[in-house]
Design a protein around this ligand. Structure first.
Ligand code: PHE
Length: 454
């Protein structure tokens, strides 16, 4: 049998996993939520969520992946044969593909904006809101951009673990981190930027409602790519000397730094331009910011050009490394489960995603009124099902599985790398307590609340 692929270095492992975590969620969702959720007060709650809920779940997924060295579906089959837990493995594989279908639409938008920024088109837009609606609501252009980013992702995945995922992460992630550092400095140098900083960082504990706390939890999960099958899949390529808790910690730190820095880029820039009120979500990135670029750099166009090209390049890189991480779980599942070659498996996943993703893409235009499922457009349906249903359900199942069902010896072996790394016993107890009780209860809370069951 052919030897299974592995990442070649610890740096590659951290960068690939961080590449999965750092995505569109960091750049647009996090800053908006901070702004709305009481600035530093939100950041504090978010940090607790990452530490107490996100990190243990990430380590739990790493344990399953590295112990089995299998794709997510077969990993659960090996650990809990002939049991209902197998469903969780399939859910992971399926969720990845499902997210890819709509994530690629937004990634396509970022590419369009990068092209527009680079060719100077962005500077001449006078009504950025109308421009965005016209573009996203068109038929062919957004589709073409979606297909292009899917093909880029395809190109990475087809080259496999080391030559594809690891190499591209080693190239894209340092570039991304560099761009973000340049942009922070740039944003701060804009006049009036301190107001934006105040908006972002001033702690306002009165805004910390339970809804805000719950959204901090949801954001922590989405941002760390938890319960999507990708952490488990990447961990199946980890070498045996990698320290799982340390790796998870590094990924969480990088992810959080990028999220905070994105806020530091966006709000000072937005506030340096009077008359622009920040939109939430995609509007912030595709409507408010083009406006900012337009107004702020009207007198020095070359700076506007530079800032906007760098910004959309940052977004595209962040989106691409995340797309790669959700393309791989279904691909390796097809390779190992159905004995397909990598090129064939990659092509199946890409084509299936383009076909279904087209529905999501067109749901901003020609298919806007086509709402066969729960009265939602295709895009909203995919977003809702994955973020609001699969993510919490997956999170609960993973924590219960590793907390209650998985053999304690396996957990200890994975956490200590077969006994070669010392780990105080109480850390393992805390880890198990969080997985057994705290996470299922907390995530169950989000789930019930978000669905409005209670
Ligand atoms: N973590 C990514 C982000 O913050 C999103 C993502 C979700 C990536 C699931 C992979 C899997 O945008």
């Amino acid at each position: 049998m052919k030897k299974r692929a592995k990442f070649s270095s610890k740096l590659g492992i951290v960068l690939a996993s961080a590449g999965s975590a750092v995505g569109l969620g960091n750049v647009w969702r996090f800053p908006t939520e901070v702004g709305e959720g009481g600035g530093a007060a939100f950041i504090l709650v978010y940090a607790f969520c990452v530490l107490l809920l996100g990190l243990p779940l990430m380590v739990a997924e790493f344990i399953i992946g590295r112990h089995t060295h299998k794709n997510t579906a077969d990993a659960y089959r090996q650990l809990a044969p002939r049991s209902g837990w197998i469903v969780q493995g399939y859910l992971g594989v399926f969720t990845s593909w499902f997210i890819l279908c709509y994530y690629s639409v937004v990634a396509g938008w970022t590419m369009k904006y990068l092209v527009e920024a680079a060719t100077g088109g962005l500077g001449s837009i006078s009504d950025s809101s109308a421009y965005f609606s016209a573009f996203s609501g068109a038929t062919w252009e957004p589709l073409v951009y979606m297909v292009i980013v899917m093909l880029l992702c395809h190109f990475v995945i087809i080259h496999g673990v080391q030559a594809g995922i690891e190499r591209s992460s080693k190239l894209m992630m340092p570039l991304l981190l560099m761009i973000i550092a340049i942009l922070v400095v740039f944003s701060f140098s804009m006049p009036g930027s301190s107001e934006g900083l105040t908006f972002l960082l001033k702690p306002d504990f009165s805004k910390l409602t339970s809804a805000v706390v719950l959204s901090a939890m949801g954001q922590a999960f989405f941002s760390l790519s938890i319960a999507m099958g990708c952490l488990c899949t990447y961990a199946s390529y980890f070498t045996d000397d990698v320290r799982l808790p340390k790796t998870a910690f590094s990924v969480a730190i990088i992810d959080s730094i990028v999220a905070i820095m994105s806020g530091l880029i966006m709000f000072p820039a937005v506030f340096s331009v009077e008359a622009v009120t920040p939109d939430a979500g995609p509007g912030l990135v595709f409507i408010t910011l083009p406006n900012v670029f337009h107004i702020a750099f009207g007198s020095v166009p070359v700076l506007g050009w530079f800032f906007s090209v760098m910004f959309y390049l940052l977004l595209l890189l962040a989106a691409l490394t995340s797309m790669v991480s959700i393309h791989e779980p279904p691909t390796v599942f097809l390779i190992e489960h159905f004995k397909l070659s990598r090129p064939v498996a990659t092509a199946i996943v890409t084509i299936a995603c383009i076909v279904v993703g087209s529905l999501c893409c067109l749901s901003f235009g020609p298919l806007a009124d086509c709402r066969p499922l729960f009265g939602l457009t295709f895009f909203d349906f995919f977003d809702f099902v994955s973020a609001k249903l699969f993510l919490p359900i997956g999170g609960i199942l993973i924590s219960l599985f590793v907390g209650w069902r998985l053999d304690r010896d396996i957990i200890v072996e994975q956490l200590t790398n077969g006994g070669t790394v010392r780990l105080p016993a109480f850390i393992i107890s805390v880890f198990l307590f969080l997985l057994r009780w705290m996470i299922p209860l907390a995530v169950g809370g989000i789930f019930i609340k978000e669905l409005g069951i209670l």
